[in-house]
Structure formats: C-alpha cells, structure tokens
Design a protein around this ligand. Structure first.
Ligand code: FMN
Length: 355
C-alpha cells in the first residue's frame, strides 16, 4: 500500500503487522460480534442536511471538556495492553493525543504505569476497574490522582467479561515481558487460561461482579476527582448517575466486546443526552471511523467522542507517529464535514443538521 490516507488503510496495515493473537484481541467483539458490526453501521445511517452560504473560511474544532481546553472534541478510549502494538504503548498514544490537543483515557490494565504515561499539561483521565479488593482499588485511585489525572472513568458495563471467542481459541495471554504496570505483585501478570482467554480468567478472579450504585457513592467518597460512568446505555441509568454526583456519562458498549446484540451507541446516544441535559458531560464511543462521525455524535447530543481501535492501528503501524496521523485524519475529516455543513465552530453543530 502507498501512504495510508484513512483509518481503514491503517486497519489493513496493522492487521498485516500484528501477530494473530494480538490482532484478534484488538479486533474482536463478543460472541457473534453483532454489536461490533452494528456500531459501525449505525453511524453510516445518520445522514446530514447541510446549510449553505455561511462563510466557513475560518473554522475551529476547539472545545472544552470539564473545564480543560481541547483542540478537538475527541479522546482516545481506554484500551488495555497497548505495548503489544508497539513497545512505547500507552506512552506513545498519550504523547500523540497531547500533541493533537485530544484527551487520553488510560486503562487500569495499561502496560505502562500511569506515572510514565502522564504528559505534563495534557489532559489525562484514568479508567478504573473496581477490584474485589477495595484496598487495591483505592490504591489505584490514589496513584491516578498523584500522577495528575483529571478525572476517573468508572467502567460499568463489564461485571463479567464478554466472551470473545477468538481470544478463547487463542488462549489469549500477554506476550513474554509485558505486564500491567498499574498493578502490584502477582496482579501484574496475565497467565494463559487453561482452556480460555487469560484475560477472562483474570477478570473472573479479581474484578468485582457485584457492583451497585453504592459502589459509585463509595468511589466518590474516596476521590476528589470528577467521576464519569463508562458503558451507560439507558437514560434512567444516566439520570441515576447524575443524581449520585457523577460528572458525566460515556455512552458505550465497550466496542461490542461485552453484551452482544445490544443497541449500537449512535442509536443510544440521543435519549441519554436528553436525560443528562446540561447537568453533566456526555460522551460516546464505538465505531467512530471518520471525522464526520464525530460531527454526527455532537449533533446527536454528545460533548465529545472517543475513538478506540483506530489508535491501536496507528500505534501498530508507526508508534506515536501512527497515532498522530490517525488523529490528524480524523481532525481533517471533521473540519471538512463542518465546512460542508456550514459550521464555523462546534457551537453550530446541532440537531438541526440531522437529515
Ligand atoms: C483492545 C481493546 C481493549 C479495551 N480495553 C478496555 C479497558 O481496559 N477498559 C475499558 O473501559 N474499555 C476498554 N475497551 C473498550 C474501549 O474503551 C471503547 O469502549 C471501544 O474500543 C470503542 O469502540 P471502537 O474500538 O469501535 O472505537 C477496550 C477496547 C479494545 C478494542
């Protein structure tokens, strides 16, 4: 292939470079992968009605999120084990995000520890899995705070791990030499499962499947950081989250990796955004592959979008430079879609653009 010019090109190049076990772990969804496919298809079905003669020579994609300025209404979704794509892993992803003025959300299960990922002055949020061991969970929160993270993203759509059959067949495990840098002692390691994914075995043993709304209260009592719930699908859950003091919600189905056959996120978003209103931040992820999808997300009520797998493709192809290119492609496509819709800035991206 000549120079990759869109995210699909990056996906194809990354697939050529990654070992099968890693490629499958990054790509796969749960069971029949229906939600994985539906997420992608749903954005394509949202059509836009453009406006004309609006003097769009000067445009800005800038915004603010929880008070922090961003050059783009975009962040990198939390994704585990990025050093399988490139040795610099999350460090490279975070540097590329910082350079682009985008948000970085770091997974609990990152290979590099949060202290090594934080880029001074750049927005970094920490995604939290709540372990059965609450002392350990509190220690993770304290580390994230001390490292300068500005918010916690509490993932709530994974009480158990969705079965990813490709990982099961491959007996997914961390390649030699890689571990989970935010954890201590034996918790850093991921052993191959007996007849299963090693991650499935790890989550089953250590992550708490019994979380309730009181867990959110508990978390808020143990942090000064704003808490966002990731994996919200129902407007009533969004309302409850806000009532209990969450700073916002992320409409997500984990990129189709958890409940298979769920409603795609583009379809879930409007009702959740309406339920939250001006009370908090609304974000969305799942299947965003074009800058125009970011504009669609904003028109449907989101304040910003997150992109997952495409960052891994960029990382696999060219490390930090690859992630930078992926983000730049999304920025250019968003900017072009704004111009063609008649929008000079993001305040002009509203539901009136929906076809
Ligand atoms: C390889 C991989 C690892 C992931 N790890 C996590 C994780 O550790 N925590 C989490 O909350 N979500 C995790 N997710 C879900 C993403 O945060 C996000 O919801 C999803 O990837 C968005 O969909 P997209 O990949 O289609 O953009 C992971 C997704 C992928 C693809």
């Amino acid at each position: 292939m000549t120079e990759p010019i869109n995210l699909a090109d990056y996906e194809a190049l990354a697939a050529e470079r990654l070992p099968v076990m890693v490629r499958d772990y990054y790509a796969s969804g749960a069971l029949d992968e229906r939600t994985l496919r539906d997420n992608l298809a749903a954005w394509r079905q949202i059509r836009l009605r453009h406006r004309v003669l609006r003097g769009v020579g000067q445009r800005s994609t800038a915004t603010t999120l929880l008070g922090a300025p961003l050059q783009l209404p975009l962040g990198i979704a939390p994704m585990a084990f990025q050093a399988m794509a490139h040795p610099e892993g999350e460090r490279a992803t975070a540097r590329a995000a910082a350079e682009a003025g985008a948000l970085m959300v770091l997974s609990t299960m990152s290979n590099h520890p949060v202290e090594a990922v934080a880029v001074p002055g750049a927005p970094l949020w920490f995604q939290l899995y709540v372990y059965r061991d609450r002392g350990l969970t509190r220690a993770l929160v304290q580390r994230a705070e001390a490292a300068g993270c500005q918010a916690l993203v509490f993932t709530v759509d994974a009480p158990v791990l969705g079965t990813r059959e490709r990982d099961r067949r491959n007996r997914f495990h961390l390649p030699e030499g890689l571990e989970m840098g935010n954890l201590i002692d034996h918790l850093r390691q991921l052993r191959p499962g007996d007849d299963d994914s090693g991650l499935a075995a790890y989550v089953h043993e250590l992550v708490d499947p019994d979380l309730t709304w009181e867990t959110l209260d508990w978390l808020r009592a143990h942090t000064t950081l704003p808490v966002l719930l990731k994996g919200v699908a129902h407007p009533d859950d969004a309302r409850e989250a806000l009532d209990r003091g969450a700073a916002g919600v992320i409409v997500s189905n984990h990129g189709g990796r958890q409940l298979d056959g769920g409603v795609p996120t583009a379809e879930l978003l409007p009702a959740v955004a309406a339920a939250v209103g001006e009370r908090g931040v609304v974000m969305v992820d799942g299947g965003i592959r074009r800058g125009g999808d970011i504009l669609r997300a904003l028109a449907l009520g989101a304040d910003a979008a997150l992109v997952g797998r495409p960052a891994l493709w960029g990382l696999a192809v060219d490390g930090q430079v690859g992630v930078t290119r992926v983000l730049d492609i999304l920025r250019r496509e968003l900017d072009e879609t704004m111009a063609l819709c008649g929008c000079r800035d993001l305040s002009e991206v509203t539901a009136a653009l929906l076809g």
